[in-house]
Design a protein around this ligand. Structure first.
Ligand code: ADP
Ligand code: MG
Length: 289
């Protein structure tokens, strides 16, 4: 394509809510055959709410929320926001400030609150006593264990809705000949429920329980299989994978780290713009080389 055509393509992209890093990006956009979708904040709204609090015998719900909320208040993760907001709302008084705090990306948070060593997230097992109640309420939702002083004591269940445009986006991407793959750090059951909701039914195309640093290996593995891979993400956790992909797409509603690592930004955070970008590149460059 001529430089003029590329510039026109870039300008047309801006009208569609697609910011393109440089005209050369359209070439890699045209070639992708596989599109990896981060779950939280990309396929789903990323706005989580606390829907259930399960506490083990002898534990106090208010105390659970106070300690977990205090720690999560210091984290930016969507799960953290849901827990901190609910804790704040229910306690009515300001949450304590942690004496120590550490974020464990893709796992949770830990620290010291009111003299207790508190952990929130998947670095600890679920309290055994709560297994049955948890199975009844948690199907397709994210369950977060809360413990302190060496003992798991409660489970917080959070839920996040699939964006109304995600299923349509997947349908369009497929119609363009791409293979959509769902990638998440969340558990298998949640990943499968979301995948089904957006029309990804092949279990091989649902990759769950992936640590942030391993998302990039998933991209490399697909590339080693001979695929040309696009990755769509929004989180700090996605930045390395976005950079590794043949084409990185960031949600405009996501973090600066994701936007900086990406080749394209979908300004409105609407996944359908990924299909628009593919169509635009094909139209600009022609489908035949
Ligand atoms: P995704 O890949 O879907 O964007 P992440 O990699 O950010 O998800 O997180 C993966 C999992 O790690 C979450 O489902 C949750 O179980 C746990 N986790 C991450 N951050 C936190 C946190 N701040 N508090 C509790 N759990 C967390
Ligand atoms: Mg995300």
């Amino acid at each position: 394509a001529t430089p003029t055509a590329l510039l026109v393509g870039t300008g047309r992209g801006a009208q569609l809510g697609i910011l393109i890093r440089g005209p050369e990006v359209l070439e890699s956009t045209r070639r992708v055959d596989t599109i990896v979708l981060d779950k939280t904040g990309t396929v789903t709204s990323g706005v989580m709410t606390l829907v259930e609090v399960l506490v083990a015998d002898g534990e106090d719900e208010t105390q659970v929320l106070r300690l977990a909320g205090a720690l999560e208040h210091a984290s930016e993760h969507p799960i953290a926001r849901a827990i901190a907001a609910a804790a704040q709302e229910r306690s009515g008084v300001p949450l304590p400030v942690p004496e120590k705090f550490k974020a464990l990306p893709g796992l949770g948070v830990e620290g010291v609150v009111d003299g207790h060593t508190v952990v929130v997230g998947r670095t600890q097992p679920m309290p055994e006593q709560l297994a049955e109640r948890l199975a009844a309420v948690a199907g397709g939702r994210t369950a977060i264990a809360v413990g302190w002083d060496g003992q798991a004591r409660a489970v917080l269940v959070v839920a996040d809705a699939v964006k109304p445009t995600s299923a349509e986006a997947v349908r369009q991407l497929r119609a363009l000949g791409l293979t959509p793959v769902l990638l998440t750090g969340d558990n298998e059951a949640v990943a499968r429920a979301v995948a089904t909701e957006i029309g990804i039914s092949d279990a091989d195309h649902v990759i769950a329980e992936v640590l942030p640093e391993d998302k990039v290996s998933v991209i490399r593995r697909l590339q080693a299989d001979g695929r040309t891979v696009a990755m769509v993400g929004d989180g700090v956790n996605d930045a390395a994978a976005l950079a590794q992909a043949d084409l990185g797409l960031a949600m405009g509603t996501g973090t600066d780290a994701a936007i900086e690592a990406a080749d394209l930004t979908l300004v409105r955070g609407d996944l359908r713009a990924a299909a628009d970008a593919i169509r635009l590149s094909r139209r600009t460059l022609g489908t035949i080389k």
